[in-house]
Each structure stands twice: as structure tokens, then as C-alpha cells.
Design a protein. Sequence first.
Lengths: 142, 428
Amino acid sequence: MSESLTFTYDVDGEDFTSAGQASVQVKKNLRRLGLSPEIIRRVSIAMYEGEINMVIHAGGGKADVVVYEDRIEIVLTDHGPGIPNVELAMKEGYSTASDSVRSLGFGAGMGLPNMKRYTDDMRIDTEVGRGTVITMTVRLDA
Amino acid sequence: MDKPEYTHSVELDVAKCTGCTTCLRHCPTEAIRIRDGHAVINSDRCIDCGECIRVCTSSAKKAMCSKMEHHMDYKWKIALPAPTLFGQFEGVEDVDVILQGLLDIGFDDVFEVAQGAEFVTEYTREYLKMDGIKKPVISSACPAIVRLIALRYPYLKDNILPILPPVEVAAVMAKERALKEHPELKPEDVGTFFISPCAAKVSYIRNGFGNYKSRVDVVISLRDVYFKLLGVLKGASAPRIGSHAGMIGIGWASSGGESSAILNDKYLAADGIENVVRVLEAIDNGQIPQLEFIELNACTGGCVGGVMTIENPFIARTRLQTVRRYMPVTQNRLYGDEKYSLGDHYCTDLPDYPPISRLSASFSESMRMMSRIQALREQLPGFDCGACGSPTCRAFAEDIVRGNIDGARKCRMLENESGIPELKEEDA
């Protein structure tokens, strides 16, 4: 039996002030598993950025964190507008966030680039008008 | 692996404990369970913050201290009063009067912890200028915080100021001074008596930090000394002893005193264990601004809020403002080379505790335990009422998986007979 453990979080798109809560929860759980602080830090940063993106752009969504013996997979699923140009969205500093979001200090255009930077692998499946699924992997065997 | 033996000062009077769950829900490290109708403290998790003593409605929890009268065999007894002591007495605005009082109740000499604090302030200013140190630097003065960090945020250990707390600096200097001024005394004749405002400092002195052994010989409760002093302060004799500390040293008694003395405005000071935990979580989540120094005190208001004090912490703090008014800024400074000889007061030897949140040393075992905990947790109501004897439903599920439910109560909300959630085939 391939052992895995899944934590699922609903990311509330209505309440901006609660954004970032799921990454705090995931961190607590990963700590109980005794993972190294560096791994926990990478997962929680990637998760945090993804969560904020879902709140800003997609009206919320779902985050699944699946822990395997050798890796952690973070799957962020939303039913938002989708990303029309992924290559552009991956550029540091590029953002489509609204002015009101920027005034809160978000929307610096570092979300997706940071998610890529802090994980070993990132896959974006997106369809305009349907939504986005981002799958990130952090390997534990390093 | 040898587990470091840790002696706590927080003790429970089983006869008085009603098993009411108040302490259970206030313990910041989830160290308490109710078993067989009374509280049980898990010594590996307890940080001696004193919250349970503070909230207990039946006075069943106490901080155990030595009594002054049991240690009268020291030929030369030196009192080390915490600056908090000076804020306890109504109408006494002169530190010297209280210092004289300490001599009147039987001490041979007094060395103010505030003096030690002023040296620590000087060392801290120098330390902050060094290259290659980890910032923000976190104060090492509150032992409950140091233990909390070691247990729950071990990766912040390198941020802790590697300088001994004021009471240790005071104890070392007090002994040196006594032996120099009284060459007839042998080191074992000199006893240093710390007058402590809190339980955490009592535990710290008993246990030391890692391999460092405390230089304080006896810890007595500020409360005990308070009542003894009341008697002699009434007919206060004119003081024949003067304070050797200043505003900075006295300021350490309340939250913000230590950090404001560093003369660097990039600091944060938080007090009260719940607030402190919130700040540590924020540091952990990378949500704090660039800071040089962080002062954290487990007690509300700082040391003036300690469980072994008498006066309300806010009143004590106000009184200390009056006491400080005509004192010099500081009377303990380092000159020239002294600034660079941190040597004697260095303490980098923080003990390594196993992280308390970790379920098992083996990752795959932790995974299995965690999935069982999740499955059990889903069956529980999520009210976190504490009636079962565990602080939260999650903790109850974890206790079951860890096999730590001997003497626990049933979950009142569960429909099944045992009152204990059971794993289904596929989860087991």
C-alpha cells in the first residue's frame, strides 16, 4: 500500500482577512510529522502564495496537501477566470491584481514565480473561463 | 537517548484539584490533561509559565520555592532582589528603604538584580553591533520563553541572546564582591538568595540551561519576602545602604524596559503568554518587519505580572515609575576592553529538547499516526470543551493514538457506549 496523507483546506474567497490561514494550518500539521524546518518553510511559502492568488483572482478555491513518503504535493484548485497567458503570468513583477488589492500590499507579481522557486516542480493546468489547477511538488529525499 | 531530566516548580495539590478543566484550556503548550479526576502536568511540555497557577479556581497549583529560614547556615547571605520587588509596597518610593529592609530581615548584604540587568543591557548593545549574528535577537531574560522556543520553535534558538539573564550576572558578581571584601569567607560560606517574582525563574535556577549550572544558591518567593519586609518597613530605620542601579535596571521589571534600554528603536516587546505565542507565530510565518531586537515576557506586564508577586502588575508598574524618577539613568556601565569581554557571561549552551509537536521520530510512523488522528478527529464534535480531559478534540484524538488515555473521561458528545471514538477497519 502506498502510504499518503491528505490535508484539505477550503480557501474562502469572500474574506480577504483570512487569506493565509490554510498555510498556517498546513505548517502545524507538517511539524507534527517531524519534517525539517526548511521543507516546512518551502511548502508553507508556496502554499501561502497560491492561497493569496486564489483569493485575489479566483474567489477562493480548494487546497489539497498530500504527503507521501518521498514528496509533498500541493494541489490548488479554483473555478476562477483562468490564466490567459501563463508565460506572461510567470514573469516576475507581472500582475493583473486590482488597485484595491495592491493598496493592501499584494499584487507585486511575485506569487507564481515564488511558487515555482520554492518547489521542485510546478504544473499549471488552466482554461479561460473554467478555472485553474496548480500542482506543486516538494521532494523529501534531498 | 538520555532525556534531560527537568525539575519543575509548578506543582499540583491533588487533594484540592477538582478536575474542572480551567487550567487545561489555558495551558499554552497543551501540557495538562485531566486524568482520574485531577490535573496531570506533562513535564516534557511544561514551560513553567505559571498560567495554570494564575487561572486555577481552587488554588490547587503552586510554585514551589525554598524558605529563607531553611538556609540560614550560609555564613554570608546575599539577597538578590528582582526589580519587581520595588513596586510592591504602597507609599515606599525609595529603593534604599527596601534594601535596608532586606538587611533588617536577616540578609548580610544585597546585590540588586537590576545591576545585573544594566550590565546585560550594555552587553546587548555591543552584541547587536557584531557581524554575523542572527536577527532579530530575542531576549534571553524570561526562562519560560527560552524553554518555549527550545520546545516549539527550535529553529529560532540561534536568535536568542547568548548572554546570561540578569540574575545570573548578579549572582556571579555578588559572590565575587563578597569574597573580595571579606577575605575570611570561603566560597561555600556565601549564599546567594534570589527573590523571584515567578515560577519560571525558580525552575531555570534549579535546572540551568543545558550544561550551565546556575550560580544562584537559593530561590525564595517574592511573596514570602514581601510579608517579612512589611513588618520592618513600617518602622523604617534610616537606610545605611544605597542602590547601585538606575532607571534602566529598574525598567527591566516591566515589559518594554529591556528593549527600550538598548537605544535602538527597531524593537518589539510583547507580554502575556498568548500574545507572545502570536508574535512567535508571526515570526515563524515571516510576517514581522525587519527588527533588531525582540523582548518577550510570559507574564502580562512583564516580570511585575509574575505569579509570585503581590501587587496588580499595572499598579506595580506605575509605582516603579515613581521609584525610578530620581534615579540615575544607569550605574553599571562597561568601559574600554570590558565591552569586548563578554566571555564570563556568555551562554550559548541551550539544551536540545525533542520537538514536542512531533508525533514520532520515524516519518512513516508519524504519517500513520497522523492519519489515525485525522480519522478519529472526524468523529469528535469539535467543541474543544475539555470534558474528556484533553484540551481539544484534536488533542484527544492524538492522546488515543499515542495510547495516553488511562484515566481519561468519555467524550460526552459521542453516541457510542465507550465514549471513545474507534477506528474503522480501513483507518486502523
